[in-house]
Write a protein that binds this ligand. Structure first.
Ligand code: GSN
Length: 233
């Protein structure tokens, strides 16, 4: 039997967090090897498994996978989280891609905009996009078909990604769902699925929002990465 998947990333949410969520929903236990310094990242790069010199990287089923969305696709397909036919899958992929786009904005924000003023501006941009562009789409979908899940009346990856982003957006503004009654009910319903309920409890592998120290280390690494990238391939 294959061992547990091993996740290589920083000790933070970032691009690995949706991967943690999907594995948790599929009830797959995993290990994490945290990258705590530039030296850790350099070591991993020298060892060769980072196809594009980037993380996340996940060791799973004898493969060393990179590219967040490719990793998510593999886990979702393996665990039947992407619908029953190619048309359902197409819609689930559309929803997932949109949700991941705003999710990445939220994950990047503390590191890309560490200064208070810039950060506040970016939070406003994110909240405007969440409530003006993304949430209305999903409120409408739920209203039109009247079902419990976004697609095919069963749990799919897009439901999981959407709950993750709703919770992350609420961390920026607690009443962000106030105009979205169906999303409010969706949040309660999906949060109550046993594997998700467990993942939302303290002590699970779910990461908290980055604290000051994590942001400081992350920003420093980003500066070093940019300098290295400018110096050569
Ligand atoms: O989604 C993906 O896996 C890729 N399209 C992007 C991965 C990425 O940008 N990884 C960063 C760290 S995670 N934070 O944003 C990374 O490894 N940057 C180093 C570099 O040289 O690009």
């Amino acid at each position: 039997m294959a061992g547990k998947p091993k996740l290589h990333y920083f000790n933070a949410r970032g691009r690995m967090e949706p991967i943690r969520w999907l594995l948790a929903v599929a009830e797959v236990e995993f290990e994490e090897q945290f990258i705590l310094s530039m030296a850790d990242l350099e070591k991993l790069r020298e060892e060769g498994p980072l196809l594009f010199q980037q993380v996340p990287m996940v060791e799973i089923d004898g493969m060393k996978l990179v590219q967040t969305r490719a990793i998510l696709n593999y886990i979702a397909e393996k665990h039947n989280l992407c619908g029953k036919d190619i048309k359902q899958r197409a819609r689930i992929n559309m929803y997932s891609e949109g949700i991941l786009d705003i999710g990445e904005m939220i994950a990047d924000m503390p590191f890309k905009y560490p200064e208070a003023e810039e950060k506040e501006k970016e939070i406003k941009v994110i909240l405007t996009k969440a409530t003006g562009r993304y949430f209305p789409v999903f409120e409408k979908i739920l209203k039109e078909h009247g079902e419990d899940f976004l697609e095919g009346n069963q749990l799919c990856r897009a439901d999981v990604h959407l709950l993750e982003v709703i919770l992350a957006t609420e961390e920026l503004k607690t009443d962000v769902l106030s105009e979205f009654p169906l999303l409010t009910a969706f949040k309660a319903r999906i949060s109550n699925i046993p594997a998700i309920k467990k993942f939302l409890q303290p002590g699970s592998p779910r990461k908290p929002p980055p604290d000051e120290k994590t942001i400081e280390v992350g920003v420093k690494m980003l500066v070093e990465l940019r300098q290295k990238a400018a110096a050569g391939p």
